[in-house]
Design a protein around this ligand. Structure first.
Ligand SMILES: [Zn+2]
Ligand SMILES: [Zn+2]
Length: 881
């Protein structure tokens, strides 16, 4: 194309531009990585969203930050891979398909396992993966040719290989353990899938009669129904009160069992009576006591948390809450009930999905990952810096979590997922294999049945950083892109996912899965509240893209992602503001492109640059340096802010305004000014491209510098452009102009009204600023600017406007001094009274303690606004003299 189109349409229309580029980039293969490669590798794997998922604002944040890093790395010439994919999401997906079936009046059990799984796949093909198209709309520069799914063939092989290797190394075992059982979903859950919440319950104290009739032992519990499954009483070995009782038995009031009193150091003698009931089948602590003291397990619940046939008949079939009442009632009748405290606040585990109370339960034999031997190396990797957390404070949380980590139950009683690769023969031998076995590995019997359970979804997602690259095969991809460079994630899955990837990567591949882990906060509303349907404050990213464009959404998210990585405030206003920013860039580009006539973007020779141009280049260099430093440290907000400030204020508001005079000048002047502005703008577009890919591409095309900005070079540094002198002079100009503008606004002087001014500056500065007098006049709306050397002082009747480098004196008669003084004095008095009132309220402990926190915060904000306004009025009055 020799005759390229320079002209930009008058308005920027993201709705037309964004889909075009999103498709063109992918079609042209810019995002496809090759391996092996001579280039330095840079790899990020996407945290795989659920196949059932829709893009929410948290995803949008993560993808924005990842794309920013990836696009910059690509522009820096690295071999860049951003690998996308989806998670099969065991429970979530199974529930969705079960619901569909129920609408048709079908129960999954009638349908049978195979037919059900076929239905899930059919559902996935038709409805799954909506989120992938949504991520594409954001402009995410993923290598879509490498898209993976945790249930695809390669990843399934990885899952089986990991299972078998860990089994052979003793890291996977089958055992009877307590699991976190959800009676509603009827599946076991890992510790991380249990949410602990305070509830108002009860604390019931009752007594067991000693079998020999010599007295009683009192125990207290929040779950009195579990006494049906008590198999012992435990006391601390050094507790003098009970020393004589250890070895004796108490008699169970309902079934007459004699149950032993044992000593165990885990009992806290200071808690309650110092004696505790032990229900090993329904409490983790009790289970551990039973393991040490040899107490038996007595399971009293079925899978739906109803009382089973193991206990006294009168309770059989009761639901757990009904059983609680019935047991309490019976104890009362037998005069064994000592005390009831209600409400008693205590923490109870809930299912993260359906919010039912979790039942610690022995659900037959299940599979576990043994974490001893895995967690130590994972911890070491963080302590010696092979994995670095940003912000650094997460290292400590990670280490503490690993220290307390227990064995991981990986059996899930579901159909949708990776079926556990273990087979059992009628003699009870276990065969674990990558390929479906034909015969028992112990007795060679051909009759084999595969374990009915599937693996926890996190078992496959923990392999994601390497299973997606071809592991267990030794592929070029794996050699090139493992370890991945960075992982970007929210803190809520630091343990569920990140820690497990580190354990499995180290154990199975022999190296950490990624070098850097960037942990971002949760996106909240502008008031810091969690987004929720009930509050009506949910921001739907797709709606925002429809309304303002993906660039606007991305920029507002990046700009809010501050370095502390606390929660991230987002409002529709901030997205709208980012859209205005895109428009501002567009308009500036129209102006520059309208004057720029060269074929190549080149700087005019140094000797033809004006002082203002030297300033602009110097500020631009500062911006490049700031953006590089910020992105190297994963400080996305700082990078976004640096570009915003440079483009909006320095380039548009000052640079273009100052250069307008030259653009209207003679041919050489005009062409030099246009070339310089084009050079700065073109490079700034490249700097902004990773955050706002679309608008930057659309404009950049007009400069004719290559096929696409997304594969253009990242801006290099020009230290020689740093110009302290020019910056000092232009800062003085900015101060003078801003001071006069503020003066106009404050005194309501009509914009069109021109007036003279005297500017007092140090002599050498005045000499540098003077040549720009005409620009200052134009920018500030002045007529007749004179420079005086400091110190000079004001003349009678003049108003002084202070600037840090000197002073500006304005002539009398621009406004009615007396009227203004009166108005301000009145406003000041009213404001002062109000402020006293608000401060009084805030000084009242009762108000601060009782009022809702957002009301208190609102009052604080009001007080600080008022104080600020008071200060303004005082400054203003001082100016009036
Ligand atoms: Zn549940
Ligand atoms: Zn066998």
């Amino acid at each position: 194309m020799s005759e390229r189109t320079r002209e930009l349409s008058p308005r920027y229309e993201p709705g037309a531009v964004e889909p075009h580029w999103a498709k063109a980039w992918v079609d042209r293969g810019y995002f496809h990585a090759t391996s092996p490669s001579e280039r330095e590798p840079y790899c990020i794997v996407i945290p795989p969203p659920n196949v059932t998922g829709r893009l929410h604002v948290g995803h949008a944040l993560g993808r924005t930050l990842e794309d920013t890093l990836i696009r910059r790395a690509r522009m820096q010439g690295k071999e860049t891979l951003w690998l996308p994919g989806m998670d099969h999401a065991g429970i979530a997906t199974q529930v969705v398909v079960e619901r569909e079936l129920r609408k048709e009046g079908i129960d999954r059990r009638e349908l049978g396992r195979e037919a059900f799984i076929e239905r899930v796949w059919a559902w996935k093909e038709q409805y799954g993966g909506e989120i992938v198209d949504q991520i594409k709309r954001m402009g995410a520069s993923c290598d879509w040719e490498r898209q993976r799914f945790t249930m695809d063939e390669g990843l399934s092989l990885a899952v089986r290989t990991a299972f078998v290797r860990w089994y052979e190394q003793g890291f996977i075992y089958r055992g009877e353990r307590l699991v976190n059982w959800c009676p509603t979903d009827q599946t076991g859950l890992s510790d991380s899938e249990v949410e602990h919440e305070e509830v108002d319950g009860e604390l019931v104290t009752f007594r067991y009669p000693l079998s020999d009739g010599s007295g009683f032992v009192e125990v207290a519990t929040t779950r009195v129904e579990t006494m049906l499954g008590d198999t012992g009483i435990a006391v601390h070995p050094n507790d003098e009160r009970y020393r004589a009782l250890v070895g004796k038995t108490v008699r169970h009031p309902f079934d007459g069992r004699d149950i032993p009193i044992v000593a165990d150091a885990a009992v806290d003698p200071a808690f309650g009576t110092g004696a505790v009931k032990v229900t090993p089948a329904h409490d983790q602590t009790d289970f551990d006591i039973a393991q040490r003291t040899g107490l038996p397990l007595l399971n009293i619940f079925d899978a739906g948390a109803r009382i089973n046939a193991n206990v006294a008949e009168e309770f059989y079939g009761l639901g757990r809450y009904d059983a609680r009442e019935a047991v309490r009632e019976e104890l009362h009748k037998l005069e064994l009930l000592v005390r009831e405290e209600r409400p008693f606040r205590h923490a109870v585990g809930h299912c993260y999905r359906c919010h039912s109370e979790i039942e610690p339960w022995v659900s037959g034999l299940q599979w576990f990952v043994k974490v001893e031997g895995l967690k130590e190396t994972a911890k070491q990797a963080a302590l010696d810096g092979r994995v670095r957390f940003t912000p650094e404070r997460w290292t400590r949380s990670y280490v503490t979590w690993l220290d307390n980590l227990r064995d991981w139950n990986i059996s899930r009683q579901l159909w949708w997922g990776h079926r556990i690769p273990a087979w059992y023969c009628p003699d009870g031998h276990v065969t674990v294999a990558i390929e479906d076995p034909a015969a028992c590995s112990t007795c060679a019997g051909a009759e084999l049945e595969q374990d009915p359970d599937v693996l926890d979804t996190w078992f496959s997602s923990q392999l994601w950083p390497f299973s997606t690259l071809g592991w267990p095969d030794d592929t070029h991809d794996l050699r090139t892109f493992y370890p991945n460079t960075v992982l970007v994630t929210g803190y809520e899955i630091l343990y569920l996912w990140v820690a497990r990837m580190i354990m499995s990567g180290l154990s199975l591949v022999g190296d950490v899965p990624f070098r850097d882990v960037v942990i971002h906060g949760l996106v909240r509303d502008a008031h810091g509240r969690k987004m929720s349907k009930s509050l009506g404050n949910v921001i739907d990213p797709i709606e925002m893209i429809d309304r303002y464009g993906a660039d606007a959404l991305r920029f507002s998210l990046a700009r809010a992602a501050t370095g502390g990585q606390q929660d991230i405030p987002l409002s529709e206003d901030s997205i709208e503001g980012a859209r205005n920013f895109a428009n501002k860039i567009w308009n500036a580009a129209r102006l520059v492109l309208g004057a720029f006539e060269d074929d190549r973007v080149e700087l005019p020779p140094a000797e033809r640059r004006t002082l203002a141009e030297r300033w602009l280049l110097s500020r631009h260099q500062a911006c490049v340096a700031e953006v590089d430093a910020a992105l190297d440290a994963y400080l996305f907000a700082d990078a976004a802010q640096a570009i915003f400030r440079f483009l909006w204020s320095e380039f548009c508001d000052w640079g273009l305004e100052i250069e307008k005079g030259r653009l209207d000048g003679g041919p050489q002047e005009r062409s030099d000014a246009a070339a310089l502005l084009a050079w700065v703008l073109e490079r700034t577009l490249r700097l902004l491209h990773p955050i706002m890919p679309f608008v930057t591409e659309e404009i950049w095309q007009r400069f004719g510098q290559g096929a696409s900005i997304s594969v253009a070079a990242w801006p290099e540094h020009h230290a020689e452009h740093v110009d302290v002198d020019a910056e000092g002079v232009i800062e003085a100009v900015q101060e003078v102009v801003t001071a006069v503008r503020r003066f106009r606004a404050r005194h309501q002087v009509a914009p069109g009204r021109r007036f003279p001014a005297r500017v007092e500056l140090a002599r050498d500065l005045a000499q540098s600023v003077e040549p720009l007098a005409e620009r200052i006049e134009r920018l500030a709306g002045l007529e007749g600017l004179t420079f005086v050397d400091a110190p000079s002082g004001k003349l009678a009747g003049e108003t002084t406007v202070a600037v840090t480098v000197g002073a500006v004196y304005l002539p009398p008669g621009l406004f009615d001094v007396e009227a203004e003084r009166a108005r301000l004095t009145k406003e000041r008095a009213a404001l002062d009274a109000d402020l006293v009132r608000v401060r009084g309220k805030l000084g009242n402990d009762g108000f601060v303690a009782k009022a809702p926190p957002e009301v208190v915060a609102g009052e604080r904000e009001k007080a600080s606004r008022m104080a600020q306004r008071l200060a303004e009025i005082d400054a203003h009055l001082a100016e009036l003299g």
